[in-house]
Ligand binder design. Structure first.
Ligand code: AMP
Ligand code: MG
Length: 427
């Protein structure tokens, strides 16, 4: 494969010491390709998987012209140009039980929603506007040809793609697959992600917390986000800040995963040592991203050990728990979507809200404050969650959105409009 650094050095704005967030994301996405490999799964197992091939519709949906309403099926040409029309009721068409005869001149049949349109019928008049008089039905003027009917194939046409490859199969797509009568679909294999935390101070659940230690929370937040993205997670535990242990962990991870995610060890005090190791095992565009939190973040590749091994993409996330989640949301999430075969990978949607609290903002970087949305006087408003330190994980738990203060933006006054990104469904 082409060298990452070679590819990046062609981008004239590539500055590994202060890369704007959007540019870093673009550069990462530009390098990644979807994983190769697919499997056939039952329709219910396909939920949240990524379709590997177009689903071609084997039938028209609906399969027949049918009624969209409960009412009277008739021939439009029988209706008087003005005034009421009196028609003879000759039977009923039910959903799943068609009217066997033909509707002739001056005739009508009572029809239920979803019932096949009887031969000759091209118009359905809803029952609420018509009147019944013995075996006659009186229809008011003002009807249109084709009204309240659904045409065969108006949803999906036989032989045409019903769902394109690269689509994540949500309940709507699962329903479409079922509507075609298909029991299985072809999906891409899951992205395999190996994960470990680094730090001599880290303590795992079940161990007593010794002097100066912290429990390892990053592996749990990362596991949660990766699971929600549908990845196969390989949890490699905590690795000490020790070159031999780290090297062994990187090699093991690269042998079994498409991507490796680590946390910790990339801040200034430790950076050189890890950077050297990563560079020795592969290639690293060691990025200081112009953002807060999350400035130090390594992106690169760990090369394979032998010719038959594929190697893996590397995301060396910062150690601070909030920085982990923010960098994951901004960079790892789109990267995983690309690897998973989602097409297109859209930017995270953002929308404007009124910020009710003044906020400071550093120049020349994007800041991600944790916010709470609320409705006030008919408009969406947002306020920060409180303490915004990159170690304050509670700020993530209390938040329902990121307040994104863009690269060029200066301070925010109370009442100013800011952009927010919903955390819904991932973090
Ligand atoms: P580092 O990036 O390794 O310098 O770590 C920055 C801060 O994050 C330090 O206070 C670490 O103790 C903390 N930290 C690192 N890894 C974890 C983790 N897995 N869980 C919780 N806190 C962590
Ligand atoms: Mg550390």
């Amino acid at each position: 494969m082409t060298s990452i650094l070679q590819a990046l050095s062609c981008a004239d704005d590539y500055d590994p010491n202060s890369l704007p967030v959007d540019r870093a994301r673009e550069l990462i996405l530009g390098l990644l390709q979807p994983v190769v490999g697919h499997e056939r799964v039952f329709v219910r197992q396909a939920l949240d998987r990524v379709l590997s091939d177009d689903v071609i519709s084997p039938i028209d949906v609906p399969a027949h012209d049918n009624s969209a309403m409960d009412g009277w099926a008739l021939r439009f040409d029988d209706l008087a140009a003005s005034g009421e029309t009196r028609l003879k009721n000759i039977g009923t068409a039910f959903a799943g039980r068609a009217f066997a005869g033909t509707v002739g001149a001056g005739e009508t049949v009572r029809i239920m929603t979803g019932a096949v349109l009887p031969a000759g019928v091209d118009c359905v008049v809803v029952q609420e506007v018509s009147r019944v008089d013995g075996d006659a039905v009186i229809v008011p003027p003002g009807q249109r040809r084709g009204q309240n009917t659904r045409r065969a194939g108006e949803d999906l046409q036989a032989g045409k793609p019903a769902i394109p490859a690269g689509r994540k199969l949500r309940p709507a797509e699962i329903g479409i697959v079922a509507s075609l009568g298909l029991g299985e679909v072809s999906v891409r294999r899951r992205v395999r992600v190996a994960l470990f935390s680094t730090g001599d101070e880290l303590c795992s659940i079940g161990q007593p917390l010794t002097e100066g230690a912290v429990y390892d929370s990053n592996r749990y937040t990362l596991w949660g986000m990766l699971t929600r993205l549908g990845c196969e997670v390989i949890d490699m535990g905590v690795v000490k800040d020790d070159p031999a242990a780290l090297e062994a962990a990187f090699r093991e991870a690269a042998a079994c995963a498409d991507a490796i995610i680590t946390s910790g060890g990339v801040s200034v005090g430790e950076a050189d040592f890890i950077k050297q190791l990563m560079a020795q095992l592969g290639e690293v565009a060691f990025w200081k991203i112009a953002m807060k939190p999350g400035r130090p973040m390594a992106f690169g590749r760990i090369e394979p050990d032998g010719p038959d091994k594929p190697g893996a993409w590397l995301f060396g996330l910062p150690g601070n728990p909030v920085a982990v989640m923010v960098t994951f949301y901004q960079f790892v999430q789109p990267a995983i979507l690309r690897l998973a075969g989602i097409d297109p990978v859209k930017p995270v949607p953002a929308f404007p809200a009124r910020c009710t609290v003044a906020m400071k903002k550093g120049r020349g970087r994007t800041e991600f404050q944790r916010g709470i949305l609320f409705r006030e006087n008919g408009e969406w408003c947002v306020r920060p969650t409180g303490a915004q330190g990159s170690g304050v994980l509670r700020s993530m738990a209390d938040a329902d959105c990121f307040i994104v203060l863009e690269h060029e933006r200066e301070k925010v006054g109370a009442g100013d409009t800011v952009m927010v990104q919903l955390m819904n469904g991932l973090v």
